[in-house]
Design a protein around this ligand. Structure first.
Ligand SMILES: [Ca+2]
Ligand SMILES: [Ca+2]
Ligand SMILES: [Ca+2]
Ligand SMILES: [Ca+2]
Length: 438
């Protein structure tokens, strides 16, 4: 070229250089998509999905398009065949499930997959030009999602369960499946969507309005209910709990129908018998009567009935001990005759032989072998009057024995003596006096 046009002696020769494409680009995967900023094709993955627990009939369908690749070079002297193969993947045993046709790129499913075990495959696909050892190749990820089948909520074998717990049971004690308390009540839900050997991940939720029970800490696919509060059959005999199971093996996390767990509290003999109030009652655990000296030996002068808040059977039947408290010495002119829960106080001699006055007796009732463990003592006041005397008050009092330790301050009150006086069936209590040290 001669912009000035001042050198006519020069010749201009046009040389056209044709650059032949050498085989220096690997294959690229199709479809090739561009955007405004990209130089080449945008990176992408081949994605597909299959349904768990079945085998797809025919090749998988991929997006954004079928598996396909082109030689990256144009006008190469020999356009070589592109071969497809999987090189590695997650999980590592992906090849048990999928194979790829090296020529067509079609991917076939070989066996069913469980979503709970493998929710997704990520496999590296390699496209290679030709078969020479130094053949050029490219790779891309193939992602196959496993769609779960979830048509059913988890379910329990029954809608109502029965459990048993003994009153006084320690925290952590399981609710038993029978009154014999040999095995814990096991609660387990299943998910009909899962195959028999498939791991069922589940959360159990217990609703106990009383707050007395919780689920065992080591709950897995099955659970137990354990004590978390005080159990007293005489306070609460039955509990009704509600429970649900929520599947966590699936993304939908279906929740079961609510089931009922009825818990029966088993009795322990943990209460002493008590005396039923009757016409002789003069106060709390105090009974009294007046007898005349014309009564004959064997006469029943008082009848008392005991009851018990615990249920039968007990270790032993009721036992009674009657002892004379006032007067402090001498043999008692009264005895008890009992049959189970009925106690009769009878005269053991003709009443004419008994000095007039006030007699106080203690009557202990027990329903265990060892009365020291579980017994109740009531006080009986019996006033003996002459045949023609008018009825006066019955004194119901007890003897007191108190010991003051050495060094007790002078003037300390060590006992307070109260009397309970029965006046026409009304009990009057008053402080009679105090004992003090000097
Ligand atoms: Ca389910
Ligand atoms: Ca109790
Ligand atoms: Ca009892
Ligand atoms: Ca009880």
């Amino acid at each position: 070229d001669n912009p000035q046009g001042s050198s006519p002696n020069r010749n201009t020769t046009m040389i056209t250089v044709t650059v032949l494409d050498d085989n220096d680009f690997g294959p690229f995967f199709l479809p090739c998509m561009f955007d405004e900023s990209s130089v080449g094709c945008i990176d992408f993955n081949y994605v597909s999905n299959i349904t768990e627990k079945m085998v797809l009939d025919g090749p998988l369908v991929f997006g954004p398009g079928p598996i396909h690749a082109m030689d990256g070079d144009e006008n190469v002297t020999v356009s070589e065949q592109i071969f497809f193969n999987f090189t590695e993947g997650e999980p590592a045993n992906y090849a048990e499930y999928f194979e790829i046709d090296s020529i067509s790129g079609n991917v076939s499913q070989l066996k069913p997959v469980r979503h709970s075990e493998i929710p997704e495959f990520r496999i590296t696909l390699q496209a290679t030009e030709g078969i020479s050892p130094d053949a050029l190749y490219s790779t891309i990820d193939v992602i196959i999602s496993v769609k779960e089948i979830n048509n059913f909520e988890p379910e329990f074998a029954s809608t109502v369960f029965s459990g048993f717990i003994q009153e006084g049971a320690d925290a952590g004690t399981p609710v038993w499946d029978s009154p014999s308390m040999n095995s814990a009540l096991v609660l387990q839900a299943t998910d009909p969507d899962l195959e028999e050997d498939e791991v069922f991940r589940v959360s159990y939720m217990l609703n106990d309005p009383s707050g007395t029970f919780i689920l065992a800490a080591d709950t897995q696919s099955k659970t137990e209910i354990v004590v978390n509060g005080m159990i007293d059959r005489e306070m609460v005999e039955k509990y009704e709990l509600k429970m649900v199971a929520m599947e966590s093996s699936t993304s939908a996390q279906f929740v079961s129908e609510s089931v009922t767990v009825n818990i029966t509290v088993l009795d322990v003999n943990d209460n002493a018998p008590y005396f039923i109030q009757n016409k002789y009652s003069v106060g709390r655990n105090q009974y009294g009567t007046t007898i005349r000296q014309n009564l004959k030996a064997g006469t029943v002068i008082m009848e008392l009935q005991v009851a018990d808040v615990d249920t039968k059977p007990r270790i032993a039947d009721y036992t009674y001990i009657l002892r004379l408290l006032t007067p402090f010495s001498g043999t008692s002119p009264f005895a008890e005759m009992s049959m189970n829960s009925l106690v009769k106080i009878v005269l053991v001699e003709d009443a004419i032989e008994i000095p007039k006055g006030d007699y106080v007796l203690g009557l202990q009732a027990s329903d265990v072998d060892n009365p020291f463990l579980l017994s109740l003592e009531i006080t009986l006041g019996i006033k003996v009057i002459g045949e023609n005397d008018t009825e006066g008050p019955v004194f119901v009092q007890k003897e007191f024995t108190r010991y003051a330790s050495e060094g007790t301050q002078v003037g300390s009150v060590i006992a307070e003596i109260k009397i309970c006086v029965l006046v026409h069936s009304w009990l009057v209590t008053s402080v009679l006096g105090r004992a003090w040290t000097d």
